[in-house]
Design a protein around this ligand. Sequence first.
Ligand code: HEM
Length: 353
Amino acid sequence: MTTVLRSHADVVAAALDPTRFSNDVSRYRQVPNGLDGDAHRDMVRILAPFLAPAVVDGLEPALRAIAQDLIAELAVRPDFDAVGDLGVRFAVRAQSAWLGWSSQHEPALRLWVAEHRAALRSGEDRRIATTAARFDDIVRLLLDERRGCARDDLTTRLMRVRTVNGGLLSDADVVSILRNWTGGDLSSLALCVGVVVRWLADDAARARRLRDAAASDLDAVIDEILRLDDPFVSNRRRARENAAAGGCPVHAGDVIVLDWRSANTDPAVFGPGFDPFAHAAANLVYGIGVHACPGRQLATRQLRVLVQELLTAGTIQPASGAPAVRESAPGAGWRTLPVRVVRGGGAAAGRAS
Ligand code: HEM
């Protein structure tokens, strides 16, 4: 049986109780997401340096160059899709820069994101498994490249990292880690870009006020935008014992769904309206507890840099032609979001036509 937890209190209670609710829900090994207890703690510890603040800071110039190049290319078009043309390409290039992947893999990764999103939309298990296997093939190719000729990049470092027992990670675990770091998060980041760009395009004057915002204020605004339209919908847990969740009895083995999207807009916790600072402490966009997102600083920096570069390039406006289309369940956010950049961004440019 599956129980869906929707209130903020219920979702937080389950996420903070890994003793009663296990992350071992998938039939595939998922590292570190699907691990529990000591195995999870040890893995999180050896992977933490890959996402450390110094790594994120060191990546920022590359992220800025990627954002500038992409925006320069898209801004001369009459319009472009903020998710497919901007979000997916930015996500693929940013994650590739972080992991040291060559640009020759970009077409395969972009195609994979499109197939993965379509497979999730279809809800067909076989199609989802096929796209997951295709991602593993791409990753295995990247590992083989490094076996032939070692490189000085994070992917090579991951292949050489020592576990708590002193051995190397198995190939299957390296593939799983890279799948969890990039696979799902390429689409998450692309969808986050769509949600944030929509907010910028909705009100040009409001967006312009962010141009001189301090980095930490901008991060808080982005978190609040994502809280109100969270594209990272849910995660699952499995009850280890007979228990209660959300006021319902659950039996050992039952699946519990943590509905982040619903919890993030629970009126019992969040006041009406847009209030980045008042709502920050309860914001669940990146989860909570031992499984909270270790990629939060990286994702936040990627989004901050992209927003700064968009605001510098001009004013983002909804495009007048094709309509924006919402993503369908189990996804969220925007499937396509046609927008344009009006260079300069003065008062006249700020008025949507
Ligand atoms: C783009 C925006 C992102 C959002 C909204 C997001 C959201 C989340 C959430 C809600 C969780 C908690 C899952 C749970 O409790 O079961 C999570 C976990 C995780 N995220 Fe993210 N994430 C993002 C980006 C990233 C990035 C860029 C990376 C890696 C580079 C990453 C890697 C992970 C991993 C490995 C976990 C599992 C952690 C664990 O189980 O210990 N995420 N993420």
